[in-house]
Design a protein around this ligand. Structure first.
Ligand code: FES
Length: 151
């Protein structure tokens, strides 16, 4: 193992682990950030998405040793309980959760989309969410929430 300094949600965190450890494990197990979820562990479902320098990435596919000084933001870092991020608020207002397991990734994907394209069209929203799996089938509510967030 080795020591790594991570920049997560605006703070610096020192962790001791093997460089190959998936960043998702570090976030959940060491930093106790449970926003990102373990779904597939293979980069396929999107449940573990976080932002790195504003871009949505799948934290199960990034090795701890590959993060470097880049800035990571998890669902917890988007807003606070008193001041939710507008995308979080839109998902709550549209009751977009069934089981809620996918919503971390959905929200992160919409935040990243708005970051690179402040006025996305419907096709852009669908594209951003295309590879995020929801097994409950709440896609109608999720799309409504995403549309509300970008309106
Ligand atoms: Fe990372 Fe599924 S858990 S993409």
């Amino acid at each position: 193992t080795a020591s790594f300094s991570l920049n997560v949600n605006g703070g610096t965190h020192i962790v001791e682990a093997d460089a190959k450890t998936p960043l998702l494990y570090i976030l959940r197990n060491d930093l106790k950030l449970n926003g990102p979820k373990f779904g597939c562990g293979l980069g396929e479902c999107g449940a573990c998405a976080i932002l790195i320098d504003g871009r949505a990435v799948r934290s199960c596919t990034i090795a701890l040793g590959a993060v470097g000084r880049r800035s990571a933001t998890t669902l917890e870092g988007l807003g606070s309980e008193e001041q939710l991020h507008p995308v979080q608020r839109a998902f709550i207002e549209e009751a977009a959760a069934q089981c809620g397991y996918c919503l971390n990734g959905m929200i992160i994907a919409v935040v990243a989309l708005i970051g690179r394209n402040p006025e996305p069209h419907d096709d852009d929203i669908r594209d951003a969410l295309r590879h995020h799996l929801c097994r409950c089938g709440t896609h109608v509510e999720i799309l409504a929430a995403a549309r509300k967030a970008v309106a």
